[in-house]
Design a protein. Structure first.
Length: 377
């Protein structure tokens, strides 16, 4: 491929993957505090590190004092499955799904849990379902940000403040990048490898007092495996929310996550992280506004994600794939193709761990790749 007319400067960091996401700027593996390695996670030093994960997560997110934060197995998926299998079934359920992961939760609810009273509100990639249909008497299941569609909910005004049911929010690509209205979220899950760019395999579970009440007053009719059990003798196992994990965690991953949290603190905490992500999106939005071949997959600008930015390209699926291959071969951008179930296009991660200067440089390379593939390929 002739690269004589390619932009001169490449992004310093080509890792624009939407999960696992880029490490923070300046990340060095040797800088991690590895005191816990080779020690039991139930040792004093192990428990202290795990407790710090829960406490620092709560502090940096600005969670209410009465909310619980726990570390659970199997990433965001494990956390969300645990919540659904432990708490759904007490009421009817309203499920809002508009991208791959939301439709996974819908499938689990309908085909695996086989709940009898389910209202399904679906939408195609790029748009939201009618959120105003949420019934305050029912539980509500939804993703805050559609990682595979680049479509987020713009606010929580549609969630009744006087709701009787619980809200179950998969927020794995939203936490630490978007303002979360904790007064309206009862069960919230996320994973370390998304916005914080940390390691995978561990999930975080945030519970409101209403969610704790559900756990302590409702027993689901199906058996639960050990790694899903959040209660014992009718009471929440509070040790889970002090770092006493259900199963053995990777203490190396724990050290990595604590490093990420320390970095968030250093950039101004939650507000600083949100600002960086929004500034990254602004760079792409400016480029899109001047382009005649690129557009957001999200059809409403108020719903455009500032983390997993999904873009539609005026090109064939084959040409889009050739663009991503070309950019990867040049060491400019890795893993920016659309999610496998989504419409063909590009998906660029813009969370806080990405530098705005790299996003700006990537835009020039996108233009070059499009011109090279579509007009000269």
């Amino acid at each position: 491929m002739n690269t004589s007319n390619a932009p001169f400067i490449k992004p310093n960091n080509p890792n624009f993957s939407s999960g696992p996401c880029s490490k923070r700027p300046g990340y060095q593996l040797r800088a991690l505090d590895v005191e816990t390695l080779g020690r039991s996670h139930r040792s004093s030093v192990g428990k202290a590190a795990l407790r710090e994960v829960c406490e620092e997560t709560k502090r940096l997110l600005g969670l209410p004092d009465d909310h619980l934060v726990g570390i659970v197995p199997a990433s965001d998926t494990g956390a969300f499955e645990m919540a659904m299998w432990s708490m759904l079934g007490a009421r009817g359920v309203d499920v809002f799904a508009w991208e791959s992961f939301g439709k996974t939760w819908l499938n689990d609810i309908v085909k695996d849990l086989m709940l009898p009273n389910v209202n399904i509100y679906e939408a195609d990639y790029g748009v939201l379902p009618n959120l105003s249909l949420a019934n305050k008497r029912n539980d509500i299941v939804f993703t805050w940000n559609g990682t595979t569609s680049g479509v987020k909910v713009p606010d929580a005004d549609w969630i009744p403040q006087d709701r009787e049911g619980l809200t179950f929010c998969d927020a794995t690509s939203a936490v630490f990048a978007m303002e979360m209205p904790w007064s309206k979220l009862d069960v919230t899950t996320f994973s370390w490898q998304k916005v914080l760019g940390s390691e995978g395999a561990h999930g975080m579970l945030i519970l409101s007092p209403k969610a704790v009440e559900r756990l302590e007053t409702y027993t689901p009719p199906w058996p639960l495996p050990k790694i899903f059990k959040l209660t014992k003798k009718g009471k929440v196992i509070d040790g889970i929310f002090r770092g006493e994990t259900i199963n053995t965690p990777s203490m190396l991953c724990v050290a990595d996550y604590l490093d990420a949290l320390g970095w968030i603190d250093s950039i101004g905490g939650l507000k600083g992280a949100i600002r960086r992500s929004e500034e990254n999106l602004a760079v792409i939005a400016d480029f899109v506004s001047k382009s005649d071949w690129l557009s957001f997959l999200a059809q409403d600008e108020n719903t455009v994600s500032n983390t997993s930015v999904c873009l539609s390209v005026e090109a064939t699926p084959y040409q889009v794939k050739e663009m991503t291959k070309l950019l990867e071969s040049e060491g400019v951008a890795f893993d920016i193709g659309a999610y496998r179930d989504a419409p063909p296009g590009l998906r660029i991660w813009c969370g806080a761990t990405i530098e705005k200067t790299d996003v700006k440089l990537l835009m020039d390379w996108l233009n070059w790749a499009y011109t090279t593939v579509v007009f000269r390929g």
